[in-house]
Design a binder for this molecule. Structure first.
Ligand SMILES: Nc1nc2c(c(=O)[nH]1)N[C@H]1C(S)=C(S)[C@@H](COP(=O)(O)O)O[C@H]1N2
Ligand SMILES: [Mo]
Length: 200
C-alpha cells in the first residue's frame, strides 16, 4: 500500500483532486469528538422537522428499507488528510427532501446526531446528487467508529460536515452553527477555498 505524502509528488491527474494544503492517505482515519454511541434498533429513529410541510419520523426498520444509491467520492478532512474514491451506499438526500417537502423559508439544514452533536450547511450544499445518508462504506456496513448505523455524507465540504451517528435533519430559516463551527471551524468549509477556521 502506498502512502503518498507530498501533493507535488502525486501524478497530475491525482494532484488536481487533492485540495490545497491536503495530504493523501490510503488509510481511513477516525476523527470525532467524544465517545462512540451504542446502537439500539428498537429505540433508533430518524426525524425531519422545522421548515417542512410534512414532519418525518421513521423507525430503523422503515429507514433502512428506503431506496438506496451508490456514490464514489473523495473525502477531505480539515486536519489535512484526503482519501480518494470512498464508496458510499445509502439514502440519497433527495429522497428525504421528497418526504419532508421543505418550505421556501428553509435556507439551512442542521444535521442532528447522537449526544447532541450538530453540523450546519446552507440548503444549497445538500442538493448535489452525491449527498446521501450513508449506511455502508467500501462494501460493508459502516463500522461503529465511522458512524454506524447512518451518517451524512457531503463530499464537496470538509468532512466535519459529514455528521456521523445521524438521527435527524432540521430545515431552518436561520443558520445555527454546529459543534465544530462553534469551536473554531469555518462556517462553510469549502476545501477548495481552504475555508478551515474562523477568519479564513
Ligand atoms: N457525530 C459526529 N460526527 C462527526 C464528527 C464528530 O465529532 N461527531 N467529526 C467530523 C469530522 S471532524 C470528520 S473529519 C469526519 C471523520 O469521519 P471518519 O471518522 O469516518 O473518517 O467525521 C465528522 N463527523
Ligand atoms: Mo475533521
Amino acid at each position: 500500500m502506498r502512502l503518498f505524502n507530498k501533493r507535488s509528488e502525486l501524478p497530475p491527474e491525482v494532484q488536481k483532486r487533492v485540495p490545497p494544503g491536503q495530504y493523501l492517505t490510503e488509510k481511513w482515519p477516525v476523527l470525532h469528538y467524544g465517545p462512540i454511541p451504542p446502537f439500539d434498533a428498537k429505540r433508533w429513529d430518524f426525524r425531519v422537522w422545522g421548515e417542512v410541510a410534512s414532519e418525518v419520523r421513521l423507525a430503523w426498520e422503515e429507514f433502512q428499507r428506503l431506496d438506496r444509491t451508490q456514490v464514489t467520492a473523495d473525502m477531505h478532512c480539515v486536519t489535512t488528510w484526503s482519501k480518494l474514491d470512498q464508496k458510499w451506499e445509502g439514502i440519497p438526500l433527495r429522497r428525504i427532501v421528497d418526504l419532508a417537502k421543505p418550505r421556501p423559508s428553509a435556507r439551512f439544514v442542521i444535521a442532528h446526531c447522537e449526544y447532541g452533536f450538530t453540523a450546519n450547511v446552507p440548503i444549497e450544499a445538500t442538493r448535489d446528487d452525491n449527498v446521501l445518508i450513508a449506511l455502508r462504506a467500501n462494501g460493508a456496513p459502516l463500522t461503529p467508529e465511522h458512524g454506524y448505523p447512518a451518517r451524512l455524507v457531503i463530499p464537496k465540504l470538509y468532512a466535519w460536515k459529514s455528521a456521523k451517528w445521524l438521527r435527524g435533519l432540521e430545515f431552518a430559516a436561520t443558520d445555527k452553527p454546529g459543534f465544530w463551527e462553534r469551536n473554531g471551524y469555518h462556517n462553510t468549509g469549502d476545501p477548495w477555498k481552504e475555508e478551515r477556521y474562523w477568519g479564513d
